[in-house]
Design a protein around this ligand. Structure first.
Ligand SMILES: *Cc1c(COP(=O)(O)O)cnc(C)c1O
Length: 449
């Protein structure tokens, strides 16, 4: 029999998260307040508990994972590393293809890795309720599950277009006891302001973040949680890459390229950052962040200070951005719709250590269907972006006859996204490139610093 899975024992769930800030060639740029000066960490205490703030600003290389979080991780971690032998065969490539499968979590994506940690630290700090935003619904589901696991109330502002298109994600959140509100809503000043301007607004992650932050800032027993972008979220996701390194040792192999879909950058950072030291030591290793051509943050955005949300309630972060009031075209079905990107991923891209690639809607689903036929797992539309890029490079290996080792993070399964697959099957999706004029228009509103 040919070996397909590289599995670790529960006892090998990482005991520490890896913090890439300790190993960055240059220190991270400061986060700025409304006055343009760096914010002090306690400016965040209205919305985050102390442990999370400490992680957000830490430059310690290793940070302890408390036992109750490792216990919660044991529900589904360590996640399997697969050798994609049937995909290799289908493509007729000399490349060796591996994928780490994060869809084994209770919520079907990597997002539980941070949701469980955030819920734990909030509970420990005496917080009663957490608010959050969700786009496609994976993060909302993850925090709904984590809240029920650790005993916290959860309120999710869900981007309205997704709330309407993805009713079963909402049912899932309800199953774990969360309250789910379509955003923009009339429950916050930020939501009401958007509705005044555009009563039919489809919503965006930026708007939903404004609503969730506003509610958390105004209530002492309420914190805000988010599923990506910030340093502490990428820190929690490092368990993916840390496990993968052990699994590659088991396989007696090592990647030449690592691919991950990139929305806010959390699964990309999670899988690649633990490998950055190898790259910096000179290993032949490419780190490839893959995004949609209709929301091309890293490939077409500006590297500039911008808000994390639409209303401008968050501090300013230096990141690749399409402008905080960017609303992705509704035609786009594949997730990864955030206007900005993790400052850590952005910096590493800016410094040339991380590559970025944009892929089209249709070719993305084609890659996902090919993957499902070969490997069985139906990937989340977000994950299909990484699959597209990996398949393109595996095909390239055919002509160059180079037996490269290609590794991808399969960030989640697509069982709640079959409506998007149906749009693909019925030919209703198009490859959509965001016109430069629209990018320029959105970038014109960047805050001046
Ligand atoms: C949320 C999500 C992503 C994108 O978010 P990142 O923070 O960039 O990781 C990718 N894949 C899946 C399955 C997701 O749920």
């Amino acid at each position: 029999m040919q070996k397909l899975k590289y599995l670790l024992d529960e006892s090998e769930i990482p005991t520490h998260w890896y913090n890439v800030v300790a190993d960055l060639p240059n220190p991270p740029a400061p986060t700025l307040g409304p006055d343009g000066n760096p914010i002090s960490p306690d400016a965040l205490s209205a919305i985050f508990p102390d442990d999370i703030i400490e992680q957000e600003v830490s430059s310690k290389r290793w940070i302890d994972i408390p036992a109750p979080i490792r216990q919660a991780y044991a529900l589904y971690r360590p996640s399997p590393l697969y050798r994609a032998r049937r995909l290799e065969e289908l493509l007729g490539t000399p490349a060796r293809i591996y994928y780490k499968y994060e869809g084994v979590s209770p919520t079907g994506s990597h997002k539980s890795n941070s949701a469980l940690a955030q819920a734990y630290f909030n509970k420990k700090a005496g917080i009663k309720k957490v608010t959050t935003e969700t786009g496609a619904g994976q993060w909302g589901s993850a925090i709904a599950h984590a809240g029920s696991y650790f005993g916290l109330k959860v309120k999710v502002y869900m981007v309205k277009v997704s709330y309407e298109q993805k009713p079963f994600r909402k049912s899932l959140m309800h199953t774990w006891g969360a309250e789910v509100i379509p955003s923009p809503s009339d429950q916050t000043a930020a939501g009401r302001q958007i509705l005044d301007q555009d009563p039919k607004s489809p919503g965006s992650l930026g708007i939903a973040i404004s609503e969730a932050v506003e509610e958390a800032a105004q209530n002492a027993d309420t914190s805000y949680t988010l599923g990506s972008v910030l340093n502490h979220v990428l820190l929690h996701q490092s368990v993916i890459g840390l496990e993968a390194k052990k699994q590659f040792a088991l396989a007696g192999d090592f990647p030449n390229a690592i691919y991950a879909p990139c929305g806010g950058g959390s699964n990309f950072g999670g899988v690649t950052f633990p490998f950055l030291e190898d790259k910096l030591e000179g290993k032949d290793l490419r780190l490839v962040a893959v995004e949609p051509t209709s929301c091309p943050t890293l490939t077409k955005g500006a590297y500039a200070y911008d808000f994390g949300d639409t209303a401008g309630l968050t501090p300013l972060m230096l990141m690749y951005t399409l402008g905080h009031d960017f609303v992705p075209p509704s035609i786009h079905a594949g997730g990864l719709r955030y206007h900005g990107d993790s400052p850590l991923v952005s910096q590493l891209h800016h410094e040339g250590l991380v590559e970025a690639r944009a892929v089209g809607n249709v070719s993305t689903f084609e890659a996902g269907v090919a993957f499902a036929k070969a490997e069985g797992i139906v990937p989340a539309p977000e994950s299909c972006h990484a699959i597209r890029a990996l398949i393109d490079d595996a095909i390239e290996c055919k002509s160059s006859k180079e037996p490269q080792c290609l590794f991808m993070n399969l960030s989640g399964h697509g069982h709640f996204d079959m409506a998007a697959y149906d749009l693909h099957f019925s030919g209703q999706l198009q490859n959509h490139h965001l016109p430069q004029a629209e990018i320029d228009k959105a970038l014109a509103n960047l805050p001046k610093t």
